[in-house]
Ligand binder design. Structure first.
Ligand SMILES: NC(=O)c1ccc[n+]([C@@H]2O[C@H](COP(=O)([O-])OP(=O)(O)OC[C@H]3O[C@@H](n4cnc5c(N)ncnc54)[C@H](O)[C@@H]3O)[C@@H](O)[C@H]2O)c1
Length: 194
């Protein structure tokens, strides 16, 4: 009986997953035909609003980027966007993210010192101070880590989601283009094509 109840609760939760999430109708224009976004091509045109898969609320803007190619229309699921205007990630949260990203100190953290010589926590402190002093907003902060990780946005964003819950970027009226909203999602599973 209890097992039946658990299965029922689990399936209702799964059914409502999209309903609970924040959803946005948006468009992506591309000169290429493809089914799923790939990190492989990311940043080939630009990264004005950070690293990720770009969408816009303005169909005309997407058509311009398509340049005669494919226009995608989708519902996007972004629950916890990174802040583009300022810094809201605290030092403790950022240090927690870095520890989750590199639990041994041999990968990303090795940019900031030798774990065997200085000790793991000292390197986490140095990296936290260094990255935070070099960025004005949360998007820049995380983009710095992606660049220092060889541009591997897919892996960094997976850890970010796990450690702090962030899953996208939303920019209203970007400097380069009027009244649109630019949406950046980090994973294909946040896109539902319609
Ligand atoms: N393209 C849009 O509709 C759009 C929407 C909003 C903003 N922008 C602006 O344009 C700039 C660049 O955006 P972008 O969309 O060109 O992203 P991008 O610079 O990351 O370039 C990636 C390119 O690869 C394509 N691509 C992605 N997965 C692919 C796959 N599996 N196979 C083949 N091609 C694939 C994309 O369509 C895109 O043309 C951003 O800085 C942003 O400000 C673009």
């Amino acid at each position: 009986m209890l097992r039946m109840k658990l299965i029922l609760v689990e399936s209702v939760y799964k059914m409502n997953w999209y309903k609970k999430a924040e959803q946005y109708l948006a468009y992506h224009g591309s000169p290429k035909e493809f089914q799923e976004f790939s990190y492989e091509f990311m940043g080939s045109t630009g990264t004005a609003e950070g690293f990720g898969f770009y969408f816009t609320s303005d169909k005309n803007v997407a058509e311009m980027f398509a340049d005669g190619g494919a226009l995608k229309k989708a519902m996007l699921n972004i629950n916890n966007p990174l802040n583009f205007e300022g810094r809201t990630i605290s030092k403790d949260e950022f240090a927690h993210f870095l520890r989750t990203l590199d639990p041994t100190g041999e990968d990303y953290l090795s940019n900031w010192g030798d774990v065997h010589y200085e000790g793991y926590e000292q390197i986490v402190r140095t990296a936290t101070e260094g990255e935070m002093s070099g960025s004005n907003n949360d998007v820049d902060l995380i983009s710095g880590v992606i660049q220092a990780s060889g541009g591997d946005a897919g892996s960094v964003y997976k850890v970010l989601k796990q450690a702090l819950g962030d899953d996208g970027i939303i920019v209203k009226s970007p400097d380069w283009g009027g009244d649109q909203v630019v949406y950046v999602v980090f994973n294909n599973n946040q896109i539902r094509y319609i």
